[in-house]
Ligand binder design. Structure first.
Ligand SMILES: [Zn+2]
Length: 317
């Protein structure tokens, strides 16, 4: 039972009482909008496989845990939208951030860009960027600043072609990350190929730093033609751990080869993260074998894993 003096209660009843909430996977409304926070506990939602509840106009998010804790008090009405991200064709009402926020974000990113332009060690990347921009301008598209590429997802084929060509050349991980977040929407082959290539040739340090961006982009693109590339990542559990959403996507597609890996990863002692990913992935297969394996994890010595298995089983049964 939640007490009225729970630390997470901070007057939310004024704007969240009795609201209608969408139960959905978090997704990125634009390349520059890369996370939201739970209105109660502040937990960050930043992966396309983060499940939560949001208000209709998407202004407020509530994490699953806080939803369960406060649903009795707040009397929410919920709408289930169970589709997996990147596979879903359903459109959710997305609201652009208020103009004021957009403006100040833009100004902030312009400032960051000017600083970037002043950095000596980045001169070769800046030159590359300027060449890329002129090539795109010559095609008749107006882009001036780096931030201009981040206003919306880029899907124009000839612009994409130029960007993907340059994406492979940049050495500055910051601009690579920007472009990875900005290119392509579902099923875009060119963008998918470019992103896979760039991830594969990046150092482990860069992969670790920007894993969420790559992971979200791969799922946003959701291109089934590259299952072999995703399976290759899965076969190396370091990559599988860095790209959990991509792994969930394989499971959502019920790829048999992926299932074998998830079964294998359940019992790697001391590697909890891959165990969590595998339990969640197996729940998407939701066949007898998968349910049996998840059930057996309830006896796991780690309390966190055993609790997690319990809650996953409860959801799929
Ligand atoms: Zn929360």
């Amino acid at each position: 039972m939640i007490k009225r003096d729970d630390w997470r209660l901070m007057g939310q009843e004024e704007y969240l009482m009795g609201k209608r909430l969408l139960h959905m996977y978090w997704n990125q409304p634009s390349p520059t909008w890369d996370h939201d926070h739970c209105e109660f506990c502040g937990e960050k939602l930043c992966r396309v496989t983060d499940l939560g509840y949001c208000t209709n106009e998407r202004q407020y998010w509530i994490c699953e845990l806080c939803f369960d804790d406060f649903k009795a008090i707040f009397q929410w009405e919920t709408i289930e939208t169970p589709e997996f991200p990147g596979v879903s064709s359903a459109e959710f009402p997305l609201q652009k951030p208020p103009a004021l926020i957009q403006d100040s974000l833009y100004q902030c990113l312009v400032k960051r860009e000017l600083e970037w332009r002043g950095r000596l060690e980045r001169q070769s990347d800046i030159k590359l960027f300027d060449n890329m921009r002129s090539e795109i301008n010559r095609l008749g598209y107006e882009y001036k600043l780096r931030i201009d590429f981040m206003q919306q997802y880029i899907t124009i084929p000839d612009v994409l072609e130029v960007i993907v060509k340059y994406l492979r050349e940049f050495t500055d991980p910051e601009i690579t990350a920007d472009l990875v977040s900005a290119i392509g929407t579902q099923g875009n082959q060119l963008a998918t190929e470019g992103i896979i290539d760039v991830y594969n040739k990046s150092s482990l340090a860069i992969r670790e730093m920007y894993a969420v961006l790559f992971d979200n982009a791969i799922v946003r693109l959701g291109d089934k033609r590259y299952i072999d590339a995703y399976l290759k990542w899965l076969s190396d559990f370091q990559n599988a751990t860095l790209l959990p959403s991509t792994m969930q996507m394989l499971a959502w597609w019920k790829i048999p080869e992926a299932k074998q890996w998830f079964l294998k990863y359940l019992n790697i002692a001391g590697e909890d993260e891959i165990t969590f990913i595998s339990i969640k992935a197996l729940s998407y297969y939701n066949d007898e074998q998968a349910r049996g394996k998840i059930a057996s994890m309830q006896n796991c010595k780690s309390k966190k894993i055993s609790e997690f298995s319990k809650s996953v089983l409860k959801k799929i049964k």
